[in-house]
Design a protein around this ligand. Sequence first.
Ligand SMILES: Cc1ncc(COP(=O)(O)O)c(C=O)c1O
Length: 378
Amino acid sequence: MIYLDNNATTPVDPRVREAMLPFLGENFGNPSSPHAPGRAAREAVEQARGQTASFIGSKADEIVFTGGGTESINTAIRGALAAQPGKRHVVTSSIEHSATKNLCEQLEREGCEVTWLGVDAGGRPDLDEYKSALRDDTAIVSFVWANNETGVLFPIGEMARAADERRIVFHADAVQAAGKIPIDLARVPAHLLSLSAHKIHGPKGAGALFVRSGLGLPPLMRGGAQERGRRAGTENVPGIVGFGVAAGLSAAALGSEMPRVAQMRDDFEKGVISRFPAARFHGDPGHRLPNTSNFALPGLAATDLLAALDRLGVCCSVGSACVSGSPHASHVLRAMGVDNEEAKSSLRFSFSRMNTGADVQGALAALDGAVRRLGLGG
Ligand SMILES: Cc1ncc(COP(=O)(O)O)c(C=O)c1O
């Protein structure tokens, strides 16, 4: 199998799995218990908190562990609104992950006003348009740092600074950016930032929300006093331990592995262009993640191509995993002005440090075979 769907999820690093196993076995304590097994679990959670904090340049007590990226995003946005009952305006973009998109649509139904910032053909926002969307009654601004479908990066540093100057809460969805580009919250004045373990070779169902010191954020769910009252519920200790180790490994690999990942992605794209000159690539090439390639092969249905590639042992994606199988064209590509037909002919290939040059060659050969099997030329 050649796995090129790493923006959907990543294989768990064997070192992460090893670190988790004791917490599915002999180290089963509840971190809230004062006895020895409880204390051991607490120690492991706190170690993971430190590892996760240094991954993004924050303080350990600014990390709240959650059940994943979606929960972090919901906690951030709903929390900011709950903390400022007089403010009912939200600013976000038209290319957000469904976690943010569907939540903001729900907020509209609940009476909030949402400004949906558009993007240009490359998938990037207009900063002046963004700044003029900020208002005195804006409760929170929330943007995806790196788009999951195209890999396009938003200028989060500048966007966070503009909100911070207006004393508006700024949340960055860094679920895809983390581990692929450096994140340093000492330099980026975001107040909230969401992470997910399974995108960085960690386990599924574990995430974190960075909450900058001093920001009061009511919890999403009420219950016990875990996470210093910021996230009720007994901690997912194995998941948190795995997340911490995955964060440490990702931080260590970033400088050496991401240039190699970018080279693989670029070699793959060169191979695609030489085989299929009609291919149309999506996303500003100067501002995107090193691992993501999204392109259309006009005249081919991406869902058919995906199925043919799957039969040949190559895993990729149409749009985001969360909308796969849906008959709708990607809202991200549509927001970039890509027409419906082209959007439905678009595939995403996403690499990770676990891929090799042989995967690139294998995927290109499979693409050739799949296109031939579908009976269409490039
Ligand atoms: C940009 C982005 N945000 C949020 C999420 C949701 O994260 P999780 O799967 O941990 O809920 C994803 C997952 O695909 C994502 O790509």
